[in-house]
Design a protein around this ligand. Structure first.
Ligand SMILES: [Zn+2]
Length: 322
């Protein structure tokens, strides 16, 4: 094992023991996630109490390095963090996973994925859904974390903008919806976001199936919206509690944990309000550690779940393996 990884091996082994996991199983598999490409199976099911969670693979973006990617870290520093997580260092691996919660027989999807309209390497979740035995027509509710393309383009058909889930109730924080659809918003957006803003404003106000949530309300039985602003103004996480078990669906709060667990202070170009995103990240990670929650994230290694622990000034992430 390279020296660079030795300390992390020790940390992960200790963490695995603390969570009652078999380190010999966990560690080599976690290291093997350095291998790029699609997982061998495009879905994975697990339980949080009586809630069945189905993780659906959308795709992977092998993002070329860009000095502007992290505002307060160099490309060299990001490469060091990637190497420590046993990931390839010649690009940033940004996988995308969507989860469906089956609660009391109803299917509640969290975000809609990219709809094959984000990166050419990401094909959306419909095939993964089919493989998992889930019928898109039976999705009754879609909780939306925020209005970035990889989370909402899966709601809209390519070209026509027709709803992919016309019968589902779409639930989103009122802060997020109102910010993006405020009069004059598109003109005020940076050039790179104008197309997204235009699409949102052309499509969403014509749909009648949006429910806007003020505050941290229960949005499905045992599922509560958690405000997690910074990445976008109304960015939301979702907390699942059932049978004494808890899952924090952290959305993009910890983004790519190989980078942001050890460096929670790093501000991504994708974080609209960098300092607020950092404060939200630290508060959420401190909470999941204190309450021993399982955590999933849209850009965590597939199946998109794991646990966090404090590690010096930052955090350590142990991904779940399948
Ligand atoms: Zn995202």
């Amino acid at each position: 094992m390279p020296d660079l990884l030795r300390r992390d091996f020790v940390v992960m082994t200790a963490l695995a023991a603390a969570f009652g996991l078999n380190a010999r199983l966990v560690v080599p598999s976690a290291l093997a996630q350095g291998a790029a490409g699609a997982p061998s199976k495009s879905f994975h099911k697990y339980k949080i109490g009586s809630v069945e969670v189905t993780a659906l693979y959308d795709g992977m973006w092998a993002k070329p390095h860009d000095p502007a990617f992290i505002k307060n870290a160099s490309v060299e520093e990001t490469k060091v963090a990637l190497a420590k997580a046993a990931l390839p260092t010649d690009y940033v691996s940004i996988p995308l996973t969507v989860v469906v919660l089956t609660v009391n027989g109803k299917h509640v999807m969290v975000d809609a994925g990219s709809g094959a309209q984000w990166q050419s390497s990401a094909q959306g979740v419909l095939d993964s859904m089919k493989a998992a035995g889930l019928d898109p027509a039976r999705i009754s509710t879609i909780l939306i974390s925020h209005f970035h393309p990889d989370h909402i383009f899966g709601l809209m058909e390519k070209g026509t903008n027709k709803p992919v889930f016309p019968d589902a109730e779409i639930v989103v924080s009122a802060d997020e919806y109102k910010w993006w659809t405020e009069p004059g918003r598109v003109e005020k957006l940076p050039e790179a976001r104008k197309g997204l803003g235009q699409r949102i404003n052309t499509v969403f106000p014509t749909w009648k199936n949006f429910t806007l949530v003020e505050g941290e309300k229960e949005v499905a039985p045992g599922v509560r919206l958690v405000k997690a602003p910074g990445h976008t103004p109304g960015h939301s996480a979702f907390h699942v509690s059932s049978g004494g078990q808890q899952l924090m669906i952290s959305s993009d709060t910890a983004y790519v944990p190989a980078l942001l667990a050890p460096h929670p202070e790093w501000q991504g170009a994708y974080d609209q309000d960098g300092p607020l995103a950092v404060a939200t990240r630290k508060a959420l990670l401190d909470r999941v550690i204190a309450e021993k929650m399982k955590v999933c994230g849209a850009h965590f290694p597939f199946p998109g779940t794991g646990v966090f622990a404090k590690d010096g000034a930052g955090y350590a992430f142990i991904p779940d393996t399948i």
